[in-house]
Design a protein around this ligand. Structure first.
Ligand code: ADP
Ligand code: NI
Length: 219
């Protein structure tokens, strides 16, 4: 496909993502997509990945999210149908679908991404969950879910039974320990890791500082 055709597919995908995600407050709003796209482009350039695939997958990666659809399957079907109507190679459609279907964190249980492009987009998404913006996203999400910022009397999640874990309350601070502080060791690319290290240090410092203030000790 020509560069002009690819550019028009990316413009259409941007419009589609804006329409689908505009007002979301679960951490998947349009500006999250915008940041992930910019980071994916940056990492793709540094890692020598296919920029069209990376940007397209980044634009579409949350349209299929379970939280915004009846199920993951129906979300993926929606994206597949959208891609089918675009003028592009079938192999590129399959590649983008493969990335979107496999990139979520899933407790760290998903298999590693198969292609460099998948690794780049996954890193870009994860980097948005590490650092200063990630702190804001975690508290926004916790508020949306009805979780408190922190509760020292709440059973730690790793002490819960699987049933309690699924239904039990968590806290924003818990989420840092459960997921966000683990992400830096799950970054695929060297250029992504460099950014992750620095953002992680800031976030770890933030959590330490939060606990210090909670315990009533001045700086
Ligand atoms: P992704 O699917 O991109 O891995 P999620 O949908 O799990 O991300 O989360 C979107 C954003 O909301 C992330 O920044 C994530 O850290 C935050 N988030 C997800 N679950 C929770 C939670 N239980 N408490 C606080 N923040 C959360
Ligand atoms: Ni995302």
């Amino acid at each position: 496909m020509t560069t002009t055709t690819n550019d028009s597919v990316l413009a259409a995908a941007e419009q589609y993502a804006r329409d689908e995600l505009g007002g979301d407050v679960t951490g998947h709003d349009w500006w999250h997509i915008h940041r992930v796209v910019r980071m994916a482009r940056h990492l793709a350039e540094r890692e020598g990945a296919d920029i069209f695939i990376c940007v397209l997958a980044a634009l579409l990666h949350d349209v299929a999210d379970e939280k915004l659809n009846d199920s993951k399957e129906s979300g993926l079907r929606k994206v597949r149908d959208w891609l089918a109507a675009q003028p592009m190679e079938e192999s590129d459609r399959a590649h983008v679908m493969d990335i979107i279907a496999n990139m979520s964190y899933n407790g760290g249980a998903n298999p590693p991404m198969r292609t460099l492009e998948g690794q780049v987009v996954q890193d870009a998404d994860r980097l948005d969950a590490i650092g200063a913006i990630a702190v804001a996203r975690a508290f926004l999400y916790a508020g949306w879910k009805g979780d408190p910022i922190y509760d020292p009397e709440l059973k730690p999640r790793d002490a819960m039974t699987p049933g309690e874990y699924r239904t039990g309350k968590s806290t924003a601070i818990n989420h840092f320990h459960e997921k966000l502080l683990k992400l830096k060791d799950r970054i695929n690319t060297a250029s992504g890791r460099e950014i992750a290290e620095e953002r992680h240090a800031y976030m770890a410092e933030y959590v330490a500082r939060f606990m210090q203030e909670w315990d009533g000790i001045g700086s």
